[in-house]
Design a protein around this ligand. Sequence first.
Ligand SMILES: Cc1ncc(COP(=O)(O)O)c(C=O)c1O
Length: 362
Amino acid sequence: MKILPKKAISRLNPYKVCPPPLHGSATPRGTSQCMAKLDANESPYDLPAEIKRRVFNELKRLSFNRYPDPDALKLRTAFSKKVKLPLKWITAGNGSDELILYLTLTFAKRKVLFFSPTFAMYRVIGISCGAKAINIPLKTGFRLPLERILKQKDASIIFISSPNNPTGNCFSKDDILNIIKKTNAMVVLDEAYAEFCKDSFLPYLKRFKNLVILRTFSKAFGLAGMRVGFMISHPYIIREVNKVRLPYNLGLFSQVAGRVALEKSHFLTRSLRTIISERERVFENLCRLNGIYPYPSQANFILFKTCSCSDKLYSYLIKNGVLVRNLNGYGGLKNCLRVTIGTKMENDLFLERLRSYEKKKR
Ligand SMILES: Cc1ncc(COP(=O)(O)O)c(C=O)c1O
C-alpha cells in the first residue's frame, strides 16, 4: 500500500536549488567550472581568518558529546546588545527559514498573506502548515498593494520582505506602517537584507504588538553555512513561539560562530561598503547593455529583465562558469534573472559573459 501525504503537500514542489557546484568544481552538466556562484544572495566574503581561528579555539574547549545550550543564551545576549532590546524580545533559529516555520505553526489559524514575487518559503511553509496561502501581486514598480491587503480581514499573518527578494526594492515606510496599524493580522517584516539598505523597523517594535522582525546572518554577515537567524518581537509572541521551537534547534558550532561574528562585527563595515559600491557599479554596467533592463536594488542582488528568452541566457551563463538565478515564470516575472553581488572579479566575469552573449547574438 502506498502511503500518501496530505493533499496540500502532494501539490507542492521541493525547493530547488539549481546546480550548486562548489567554487571550482564541475557543474552537474559537466560543461564548465563554476567560477562565479551568484545565485543564492550569499556574501562573497567568508569570515576573516582571525575570527574563524577564534571560533575554532572556542570550539576546541567545548564538549561535543553534550547538547548545546537550548536557549542559545550567549548568542542571544550578544544580539540583544546589538539591537538594544532585552533578551526576552529575541529568539534564535536555524536560519530565519526555521523562524518562519515556527511563526506559521504558532499563529497561522486561517490565511497567510504574501506578495508576488517574493521569497518562496512564505508560501511553501504556509501550505505545509495547513494554512490558506494568499498571494497578492505587487503593483507596478513593485509597490505594496495596500488596498487589497487591507481587504483581507481574516489573514493571520502578513509576510513582507523589505528589501524584497527577488525584486530588491524596499517598500514605502508609510505603506508598511499603514498595514501594521490597520490590520488585525501579525505583520512579519523579514529584514534579511536590511544591512544593505541601512533601514529597519526595529525602532517601531515597542509601539506595535503585532509586529515581528526577522533577521539572518546568512547574507551580510557571511554565515550562510552556519544557519543563524533571529526573531525580534514583543515577549508575548516570543513566549508562544518558544513552545513550538525544537529543543537544541541551534547547534554548538552555529551558536559559537554567530556570537563571535557579532562580537567582532567591525569586519562587516568594509565588506558592506564594498558590496554596496559593487552593486551600484554592476547596476550601471547592466544599464549600458543592450536588451538588459535592471531594477534598482537596495539589497545584495539585482533583478534584471532580458528582451529575449532569459532561459537561453541563463544556460549560456552556466556553460560559461557563471551561476545566477533564473526567475523566468516565477511570481509573475517574465524573462528575468537575479544576480547576487559577488567579488569585483566575479562581477566582472558576469558582466564580461553578458557582453559576449550579446556579441554572439548579433
Ligand atoms: C527574504 C528572505 N528571508 C529569509 C531567507 C532565509 O534566510 P536563512 O538563511 O536565514 O534561512 C532568505 C534567503 O534567501 C530570504 O531571501
